[in-house]
Design a protein around this ligand. Structure first.
Ligand code: 9YW
Length: 443
């Protein structure tokens, strides 16, 4: 097994810090230098926990800026647009001015991303407490100050996005899962039919990659924009969209993150003497943990998303199936998932360049080795599974993912995603969240 040398550690930490500094725009960090020149919601969570290893105050600023985009419903939008750029879909496409709940002072998109933020905040608090002094004071004060805002975010997901208490967070767009073109969404997207009145568009993402097969197809992209159109036409009202929109799916990984984050929020709150909202947070954690565990297919041992339009579970061997590892709650299942994740269908697959979590099992018929979320390895996903294993007391397995993840990043280009068989770097380079998780792995 790879063990980073002191030289590797120094080089990697130095270069990761340099990448984050280069992507720093003052009070927020762009997701990548040219492809994603804005602040993305779940990227910001990972970025903040990486920055915290270097500067706790700057890490807290990242989260504070993100909260500046929170809608009055509690929703944290998936993109905050702080300055004009050639990124598409841009604010003119999102047209969030139709929404009463939009924030003042910053343009945003109108959909969500996975709730990783409080998990990041609890890591930052942990770092700050290790450092003590001013860092600790600052971080504790930040938690006390922002507790109601995080709770409002979680409450939004638990109510507006789970009105019938399934215990699964409803997503209205594949982008809300963070895994845009994952085969998890193929069946629901088959029911998305762009209308003849959809405004025309020109993609800009393809200008940044050498090979279009690494990105979603044009057909997929038209569906993505059609759902944006449907959200606009519903004025970003969740109930109105639910009544009219084509894509409504209960997402197991978002639900597991909500459960884990809600537990951590309650933990931090009670440690810091907060009373209001701690019980509510625990109840949210319980409800969504139950929803995730209920979705597990006893045959495969993987959690399944629920298509709320058809009432059918979606059987796809994607890394989201390991949602129970993230939210915990069933010891035997955690051991089973640990073995599955490290075994020959997943990280232990004989063809993989590095034994790192692939977005889709290489043994699955859905696996595509170069296409975005259809097989490539995303370092943040590996970090998440390592974090989850650690939290369940599976330190040895967590460390195996950590070391393999560091081996993958030792070239220090911090790519957006990696071809799992050859190890080739794909997508953007100098991707902020990739650099950030390297810093956390090294800390
Ligand atoms: C897009 C920024 C985002 C991530 C998403 C990933 C990709 C493309 O990049 O989205 O245009 O939004 O799928 O998870 O947050 O890194």
């Amino acid at each position: 097994m790879y063990q980073p040398t002191p030289n590797d550690i120094a080089l990697m930490a130095g270069r990761a810090g340099y990448v984050l500094k280069g992507n720093d725009r003052g009070r927020f960090t762009v997701a990548s230098p040219t492809l994603y020149p804005h602040m993305w919601s779940w990227d910001a969570g990972f970025v903040a926990l990486g920055i915290a290893t270097v500067s706790v105050p700057r890490a807290l600023d990242e989260l504070r800026t993100l909260l500046g985009g929170q809608w009055t419903t509690g929703m944290i939008p998936h993109i905050l647009f702080h300055s004009p750029s050639d990124y598409f879909p841009d604010p003119d496409r999102w047209r969030t001015q139709v929404a009463a709940a939009r924030p003042a002072g910053v343009l945003t998109s109108g959909i969500t991303q996975p709730p990783i933020h409080v998990i990041a905040l609890s890591r930052i608090l942990h770092d700050a407490r290790r450092k003590g002094g001013a860092d600790q004071e600052l971080a504790e004060a930040f938690v006390v100050e922002t507790f109601p805002r995080w709770l409002a975010w979680h409450r939004y997901l638990a109510t507006a996005r789970d009105p019938y208490a399934h215990g699964l967070v409803e997503i209205h767009h594949g982008w809300e899962s963070g895994m845009d073109d994952s085969p998890r969404w193929d069946a629901p997207y088959a029911q998305v039919h762009p209308g003849p009145d959809m405004p025309p568009f020109v993609r800009r993402d393809l200008a940044h990659v050498s090979d279009p097969s690494q990105r979603p197809s044009d057909g997929e992209y038209a569906k993505y924009l059609w759902l944006v159109e449907q959200k606009v036409r519903a004025r970003y009202d969740d109930a109105a969209y639910r009544a009219t929109g084509d894509f409504v799916v209960g997402d197991v990984l978002v639900s597991a993150l909500l459960a884990a984050a809600s537990d951590l929020l309650a933990d931090m709150g009670s440690e810091l003497g907060i009373v209001d909202g701690v019980e509510e947070s625990r109840a949210i954690a319980r409800r969504f943990r139950t929803g995730v565990l209920r979705s597990v297919d006893p045959g495969t041992g993987l959690a399944r998303d629920l298509d709320l339009r058809t009432g059918r579970y979606l059987d796809v061997d994607s890394a989201a199936g390991f949602a129970p590892l993230v939210c915990g709650g069933d010891e035997a299942l955690i051991r089973r998932q640990r073995d599955l994740l490290l075994g020959p269908r997943w990280c232990g697959h004989s063809r993989l360049r590095w034994p790192v979590v692939p977005s889709v099992s290489p043994a699955s018929p859905h696996f595509r080795e170069r296409t975005y979320w259809r097989g490539p390895q995303w370092p943040v996903l590996n970090w998440l599974m390592a974090w989850a294993l650690n939290r369940s007391g599976e330190q040895e397995a967590a460390n195996a993912l950590r070391l393999a993840g560091l081996a993958q990043l030792v070239e220090c280009d911090f790519a957006e995603y990696y071809q799992p068989i050859t190890g080739e770097q794909l997508g953007s380079r100098d991707q902020s969240w990739t650099a950030a998780i390297a810093l956390d792995f090294l800390a």
